[in-house]
Design a protein around this ligand. Structure first.
Ligand code: CMP
Length: 136
């Protein structure tokens, strides 16, 4: 059993896709063990994306994640990280297969609707950041 992190980015929240994305997660028999709607502090977002600090898109992705509310979801299940990554689809929605969240619902890499942990180590780090109080 593994716990992993999904963030629904401001574009997903403003397009009222919280239900659609959560429905897909639950339909896969993954369990929601933490869920919050929040205005993310800039410091949290910068720490979350620390590995991208030197990348040209670092400032813009941090601006975007702090431009409106996000939903942080802790998801539990067997191989949850890999299952969620596959469900969300390729980072660039143009490369994402139909049937995935990005392949069905997103068009641009800057507004790719969700973030999901890349591996179990990243999940542990990100969950500690977004759910310091722990999960249910
Ligand atoms: P995410 O999975 O949240 O991780 C970093 C985010 O930066 C990524 O999704 C994209 O939304 C955004 N981004 C913008 N440009 C790029 C790029 N060239 N490569 C990777 N991510 C990018």
């Amino acid at each position: 059993m593994e716990i992993t992190l999904v963030l629904i980015k401001p574009g997903g929240v403003s397009r009222s896709l919280i239900g659609e994305i959560t429905k897909r997660i639950e339909a896969r028999d993954l369990k929601v063990v933490g869920l919050k709607l929040m205005n993310a502090p800039r410091a949290t977002v910068e720490e979350h994306y620390a590995e991208h600090k030197e990348r040209p898109f670092f400032a813009s992705v941090c601006d975007y994640l702090t431009s409106g509310p996000v939903v942080a979801i802790a998801v539990s299940g067997v191989n949850a990280t890999k299952a969620i990554r596959a469900m969300m689809g390729a980072t660039n929605p143009l490369d994402a297969a139909p049937g995935t969240v990005r392949g069905d619902l997103a068009l641009t890499i800057d507004d790719n609707l969700t973030h999901s942990s890349s591996d179990p180590e990243a999940a542990a780090r990100e969950l500690a950041l977004w759910f310091p109080e722990g999960t249910v």
